[in-house]
Design a protein around this ligand. Sequence first.
Ligand code: SF4
Length: 301
Amino acid sequence: MDSLIDTADSAAMATPAAPADEVSAILAAAEPLAREAVVEFSGDTVGAYLGMSIEDDAAATHRFLATLPGYHGWQWAVVVAAYPGAEHATVSEVVLVPGPTALLAPPWVPWEQRVKPGDLGPGDLLAPLPDDPRLVPGFLATGDPLIDDTARDIGFGRRRVLSAFGRDDAAQRWHDGDFGPAAPMARSTKRICRDCGFMAPLAGALGVMFGVCCNEMSADGHVVDLFYGCGAHSDTPAPAGSGSPAYEPYDDGVLEVVEVERAVVVEAADAEPIAEVVEERVVEDVPAPPEPGPEQPAEDV
Ligand code: SF4
């Protein structure tokens, strides 16, 4: 029964009753009254009339373009009301509403969703979320140095420690990141961090997949996937030879600059197609190029 009542109520809300003709005429004639209400409410900030819409059997809304600075596309909406037998309408409400082209503020985003990696600066405070899944409770220190020194090594003695979720999350992020096996640097070499003398392995479960690079010429201080790699691997062989270029240098200082003048002579319209005369002037003091010798095979460069 309730659902039937709810359905009937919803239908009634969706299609408000239309006002009687006499009320409708009074509501439509209230446009000047609505404009005055806006002026009284907000000064001379009301622009062109945009029309009227019926709200129910006793109310209608007149809309005007707002001319408020900073509210481009917004509209003044003035609700007027009248009852059957009334002599004039009255103003119920004056509100500023966004129109279809209104400039709107971006939707609100909670701060914890807005903060991104890299946003934290010196002096900033960023507490973990109350139920941060990356953390689980740790064990408090006992006060016994023999136990506590050992406990600290394996993470006890802290109020919270990394959870399995937090560990997996970090491992996946590192694996997919700039120092994972799919990074362009790793894909361009066959040597991997697992075999590199500059890699210091991590302790614990993360050490199965990750270490820290200690090569200042490469990923120094970054956690690297054991299957990441770079050209500064400790087993990279020294270059063979003296390192001189494979070919003789080409001296472009011997190039000869030659000026070329072009003149276009246009004949009569009915004559042959435009003849182009090209005059070339060679700089006089440039020595002539040497005569080519007997034909030789091209040099393989
Ligand atoms: S030097 Fe290169 S290969 Fe060696 S640990 Fe660092 S990143 Fe890995």
